[in-house]
Design a protein around this ligand. Structure first.
Ligand SMILES: [Zn+2]
Length: 107
């Protein structure tokens, strides 16, 4: 099972696109899905890095964005667009969805 971090509260969870049991946040829309994929063990192989990211989110309530990883994750999300839309993870009308989360690029 994928070990992931909730992009809203920093809690560790199982599955990058599952709802968080701590805060209830369920990633929605391609940016949140890509951010969630980035902050999971599918893209981060170092447990210490994941712990540091979790702490950063808990302390700042900001999603750290690593540009190269994000581009890669976004491409994966867009490739799976049809099935993700069917599963309700992507909005049927992308123009109407606005994420409430604050993001910051980490160079
Ligand atoms: Zn959470």
């Amino acid at each position: 099972m994928t070990r992931a971090i909730c992009i809203r509260c920093g809690e560790v969870k199982h599955g990058c696109w599952t709802p968080c049991r701590a805060c209830g946040h369920a990633p929605h829309g391609e940016t949140e899905l890509a951010d969630s994929l980035c902050l999971s063990d599918q893209m981060m192989d170092d447990r210490e890095d994941m712990d540091a990211v979790a702490e950063y989110i808990r302390d700042n309530r900001i999603v750290p964005v690593f540009p190269a990883g994000f581009r890669h994750a976004l491409a994966a999300v867009r490739k799976a667009k049809a099935s993700l839309t069917r599963r309700g993870l992507l909005p049927a009308d992308p123009d109407t969805f606005v994420s409430a989360l604050t993001r910051r690029e980490i160079p």
